[in-house]
Design a protein around this ligand. Structure first.
Ligand code: SAH
Length: 338
């Protein structure tokens, strides 16, 4: 606004249009002078994503959006509505370079990091779709990509989400999920982006973790949990440890005991995620009794254990099922397939 020779209050007006009213057209911003509206229209663009496809779950109403970026790249984002909350699951990269064996996302190629604008665009587009502008949303960075490999844009986007003139969301409402990178976990803790952290642990020891997440396991579980403790004490909130339950890989009684020992008395919460079969089903889905057995064994020892009931499974919108349909021909064979 200053560079357009406008007084500072115009910024407040513009921010209200963009983030509170989710208006993406300058010509509809009725309290801005006409000349300014057309000048902004020449120099700036608000929404950069094009909706290429939408799928809706017949089971739970979850909606998955395939967005096309200006350079033709494609990402997926998911809108989940519950009685008392709305959760937006957003992507941080086009594809993912990490290639965990149980996750579909990296089966396409990794193309690039998203910009802060593209991350915010997903949040705004999904919030608009959710319909209720007054209602605060929860944002989880659990879509495509590894958010901490795009730290600069991640922090910039979260700061706008935090800002009272932006989306006005506090640390409790924004969760960054990461698979690794202890130094970057510390950097995020020290940044001025207010958010919560989830760590995709997925294995109770380094050997199993190397088998499931070969690239993420470059750092040891000990180093990662140290960084997670640091994050927890900096933000004074517990860090969630995510643990995908995969029969035959990480669900034995010994696995449960090891996981219990790792987390006992620590500033963590444990979120168990029953494995959602990927397109080529490298692993079987855990049965309810297998899930119960593992959970029951952990409960007396581990802190705050919950089981995540993934939504949108029928439209491949659940954890680990997002991928880049346009990259189908470039898919690599599924590693670790039984
Ligand atoms: N790359 C980040 C963000 C993705 S979050 C991360 O790894 O944390 C996606 C969550 O879903 C992670 O906890 C991941 O471990 C989990 N996940 C991946 N594939 C899955 C699958 N097939 N079934 C269930 N959960 C899965």
């Amino acid at each position: 606004m200053t560079s357009h020779g406008e007084p500072e209050f115009r910024f407040r007006q513009l921010a209200t249009w963009v983030y509170a009213r989710l208006e993406s057209r300058f010509d509809r911003m009725s309290d801005l002078p006409l000349g300014l509206r057309s000048a902004l229209d020449q120099s700036h663009e608000i929404a950069s994503l094009r909706v290429a496809a939408v799928q809706e779950s017949t089971v739970d109403g979850t909606r998955k959006f395939l967005f096309e970026l200006r350079d033709g790249g494609r990402i997926e984002s998911v809108l989940m509505r519950y009685d008392k909350r709305t959760t937006l699951c957003v992507s941080s990269q086009v594809g993912c370079p990490l290639d965990c064996v149980f996750c579909e996302t990296a089966k396409g190629n990794f193309l690039r990091n998203l910009t802060a604008g593209e991350i915010l665009d997903q949040v705004c587009a999904l919030k608009l779709e959710a319909g209720d502008l007054e209602r605060k949303v929860n944002v989880v960075f659990m879509g495509m990509g590894e958010p901490l490999l795009n730290l600069e844009s991640l922090v910039a986007a979260i700061r706008v989400m935090n800002d009272p003139l932006g989306l006005n969301l506090g640390a409790k409402r924004i969760t960054v999920s990461t698979s690794s990178f202890p130094d970057r976990i510390r950097e995020l803790a020290e940044s001025d982006a207010a958010c919560s952290l989830a760590l995709s642990l997925n294995a109770p020891n380094d050997e199993t973790r190397r088998r499931l997440m070969p690239k993420a396991a470059r750092f040891s579980i000990a180093e990662l949990l140290d960084a997670a403790r640091y994050f927890a004490s900096a933000g004074r909130r517990r860090v969630t440890l995510e643990y995908v339950l995969i029969p035959g890989m990480n669900m034995s009684d010994t696995d449960a005991d090891e996981l219990g020992a790792l987390s006992h008395g620590q500033p963590f919460k444990l979120n168990l995620i029953p494995y959602n079969p990927a397109r080529r089903d490298p692993f079987p889905r855990p049965t309810e009794s297998e899930i119960d057995r593992f959970t029951t064994r952990l409960l007396p020892v581990a802190p705050a254990v919950t089981v995540r009931r993934s939504r949108g499974v029928d439209i491949d919108a659940a954890c680990g099922q997002l991928w880049n349909a346009s990259l189908v021909e470039k898919r690599k064979p599924v590693k670790g397939a039984a």
